[in-house]
Design a protein around this ligand. Sequence first.
Ligand code: BDR
Ligand code: CA
Length: 303
Amino acid sequence: KIKIIIDTDPGIDDAAAISIALTRPELDVQLITTVAGNVAVDKTTINALKLTRFFNSDVPVAAGANSPLIKPFEDAARIHGESGMPGYDFPEGYGEAINKTAVEAMYDVLMASAEPITLVPLGAYTNIALLLREHPDAVAKIDRIVAMGGALKGGNMTSGAEFNVFTDPHAAEMVYKSGVPVVMIGLDITLKALLSTESIETIKGLNESGKMLHALITHYGDGGAEGVPMHDVNTIFYLLHPEAIQTKDLWVDVVTEGPANGTTIADVRGAYHDGKTNVAVSYDIDTAAFNKFMIDSIAAMPR
Ligand code: BDR
Ligand code: CA
């Protein structure tokens, strides 16, 4: 089993990623930590708890940063609704976050683990950057960081910046420069591998999980007639099907100030950083396999 820690801001596509991660037998989710992003951290924490409750999972949830390292916090409620997970009536009684911060909880889980753990950030990288800064001894316990965010080309916030990196560009820069292996699951693939309108219809009828995810997806402000991007799910897909996503090693910098802030700049010709690399950047994906993965994963959910 692949041991992972999910750091997240649910968020509709986060909810789909978490649902799949909690229920796929190949994955062992050790911890879920939350961050401010799509909505404020008190809401992303409640949403993570609603999902662990929905799947009757005992994976602990720890609340993390309520704002980026330096930039002021701005949410994405226009895309994910005021609650972050609109459209489905989750039952009350979803329990509480554990009595540790996200950074403390990640540190404890990492240090207690015999083998290294993969970190899977699905929101701004604020908690991850704080962990790396405050606990350099934890680095040896991190297998790699498979992170949704950034892009080789184009943005979904500005013409250059993707939302997770845009939310906390300083954190992204720290993560990319940390020396920990990073896989960038960016917009180049997540905007390609749309969950088709047909797949969305199929999901609805599969089971209660499909009904829940279908309800969230139909309240999603992202996507169009051809389908919706399920950005965060691509990280989980990559963990289980690396053959379906192409990556190349590049040096990636982050613009942290000014109108281009949040833009990831990849040194595609090795001209600026002398051929050194710090990130495995995804650039192509098998869209049909991604759709099949989502449907098969949901169909196999326990409820
Ligand atoms: C990212 O931004 C968030 O709104 C999504 O959940 C995803 O993590 C896509 O740019
Ligand atoms: Ca997210």
